[in-house]
Write a protein that binds this ligand. Structure first.
Ligand SMILES: Cc1cc2nc3c(=O)[nH]c(=O)nc-3n(C[C@H](O)[C@H](O)[C@H](O)COP(=O)(O)OP(=O)(O)OC[C@H]3O[C@@H](n4cnc5c(N)ncnc54)[C@H](O)[C@@H]3O)c2cc1C
Length: 505
């Protein structure tokens, strides 16, 4: 472990949740960790920003699995951050789904019994379909060992990897509305009909049925607490420090090179970047061309367009649930929008604030947007540490799109514009520049039920001291990335022992 001839035992590139969880676990195990982050703020998608004295989240709106005894609760408890997080449990009904001009709302509830009972009220003849749906979710989740914080073998899940979500749901019931309601929050995983594997739907849906939580005053607290744990265990974190190259001899990485030319040595390297960016950072011949082309050829999930609204004081009620809307009767159609019918779907998240229980101070409205829609401005770059303008035409584009989206949202929330103080827009270019990806994809590599194995990325590379972590490996989201980080740590420490510690913490 203590490889004193190096700057660090383990150098981690990127301080997204994956990099931070790896840093925390490994530093708790005695490794001297150094994390290199290109942005001013830690956390990647956990970053928040403030406008008009209001905190705005960039990529955490709710989190599953955080009740006592549940998977993320246990991991965060082991990491020593659980009791310090400011969390708010969401209402029993955590997601509400609406369609077009129909005023009827469909409700997804926490707890399997509640989940079934809520939907049964709207679909009284569908008890069997709802039982089959819940049982299948539980069956699929049980086959993912680390999700259940136990060791196991990848063959367990083999038989459930090739189920298509849309087909599975349509075979459950002939009721078209129920089919669409069950797919109603597919923005959560950028779901595509006849592509997204059911295991993705199951792992994510299950985590929220188990329990759904909001971070009070923003998700950046997770990054701050993990950062503190890392430095408390002797690790070092370097912000505003971009890594440009991973270099070494034939068979291993010896150092990473920073933008200013400095070289940092380490015994092991973990990249929290998109695997395509990682592969491009090294010319090592250990990474065969076939691996490079496979990684670089994988499709990413689509990008997003967000309007973050700062609200007037005590004007808009705090909704302790999320609202997902579909303009048509087809919940899968939103991702296939055209320039004529955009936006076809949106999610509305009210942010939990310590300022008030009754009212929220900000809302996030999220919909899809493909990188192609903003590719015209691809040669611009803008972050808070490297501020630049993308031009007046980009500002006009953002405004036009934001107003279109607000027009759709206003149909459901008529007092919205009245309560607005200001709004701030993020496009796939914002995510590209902050996350360091090529196309600002929301959730990284898109999974495909026809080819599930190809879209699982191993934390191990052919370079024996280079490992990968982050949302591109197995599953995105706070839970998915945290579990993926445990898998990465399992390359350096005994995973069985780690799980034992997590389970007995
Ligand atoms: C709009 C949106 C909403 C979301 N909402 C939710 C939600 O409600 N609940 C949920 O569970 N999940 C949500 N997610 C998903 C979740 O936020 C992500 O899956 C997760 O945070 C990704 O973590 P990561 O470790 O993969 O890294 P990232 O967050 O992608 O971080 C990568 C880090 O690497 C750094 N980096 C990149 N290149 C370099 C370089 N060359 N040198 C140094 N550093 C570099 C970046 O600056 C960044 O800090 C959302 C995501 C998005 C985009």
């Amino acid at each position: 472990m203590a490889l004193n001839m190096y700057d660090h035992d383990v150098a981690i590139i990127g301080s997204g949740l994956g990099g931070l969880v790896c840093g925390a676990v490994l530093s708790m195990h005695g490794y001297k960790v150094g994390i290199y982050e290109k942005n001013r703020q830690l956390g990647g998608c956990l970053q928040t920003y403030a406008r008009d004295k209001t905190i705005i989240d960039t990529g955490v709106h709710y989190i599953g699995g955080l009740s006592e005894g549940q998977n993320l609760n246990r991991i965060f408890n082991y990491l020593g951050i659980l009791d310090k997080l400011k969390l708010k449990k969401m209402d029993e009904v955590f997601d509400v789904i609406g369609f077009g001009a129909d005023s009827k709302n469909y409700k997804l509830a926490q707890g399997y019994d509640n989940f079934k009972a809520q939907l049964l009220a709207d679909f009284p003849d569908e008890e069997k379909a709802l039982d089959d749906y819940c049982n299948k979710i539980k069956e699929v989740c049980a086959k993912f060992p680390l999700y259940n914080l136990r060791t196991g073998d990848y063959t367990e899940k083999e038989e459930v990897l090739h189920i298509d979500t849309a087909t599975f749901i349509s075979e459950l019931t002939a009721d078209k509305k129920l089919q669409q309601v069950l797919a109603g929050n597919s923005l959560l995983y950028a779901g595509e009909a006849h592509k997204t594997p059911f295991y993705i739907h199951a792992l994510i849906t299950n985590s929220f049925i188990e329990s759904a939580w909001k971070c009070v005053d923003g998700g950046s607290q997770i990054a701050k607490l993990l950062g503190r744990s890392i430095t408390g265990h002797g690790g070092k974190i370097y912000r505003n420090t971009k890594v440009t190259r991973l270099a070494g001899s034939h068979d291993k990485i010896e150092y990473l090179e920073l933008e200013d030319g400095r070289r940092i040595t380490a015994g092991h390297f973990i990249s929290n970047l998109h695997p395509a960016q990682t592969v491009q950072m090294t010319d090592s011949s250990q990474l065969r061309n076939a691996y490079r082309s496979r990684i670089e050829g994988l499709e990413n999930t689509t990008g997003t367009f967000l309007v973050n609204i700062v609200l007037k004081k005590d004007c808009f009620p705090y909704l302790n649930y999320n609202y997902y809307h579909h303009e048509t009767e087809n919940a899968w159609q939103g991702v296939e929008y055209t320039s004529e019918n955009w936006p076809l779907t949106y999610a509305l998240f009210a942010n939990a604030t310590s300022k008030s229980e009754q009212h929220t101070d900000s809302l996030t409205i999220m919909t899809y947007m493909r990188y192609d829609d903003v590719a015209k401005w691809k040669d611009t770059f803008n972050t808070d540490s490297q501020p630049n303008t993308r031009g007046e035409d980009y500002e006009a584009f953002k405004k036009e799109k934001a107003e279109l989206l607000l027009n759709v949202v206003e149909k459901k929330f008529p007092n919205l514009r009245e309560c607005m103080l200001s709004y701030y827009v993020a496009t796939p270019l914002s995510y590209r520049d902050y996350q360091g990806t090529a196309d600002g994809s929301m959730y990284g590599i898109a999974k495909d039920y026809r080819n599930s194995f190809n879209t699982f990325i191993s934390p191990r590379t052919r370079i024996p001291n280079l490992f990968l972590t982050g949302q591109n490996l197995n599953l995105h989201g706070i839970l998915g990335v945290t579990i993926s980080a445990l898998i990465t740590c399992g390359e350096l420490i005994d995973i069985g022992e780690l799980l034992e510690k997590i389970n007995s913490a």
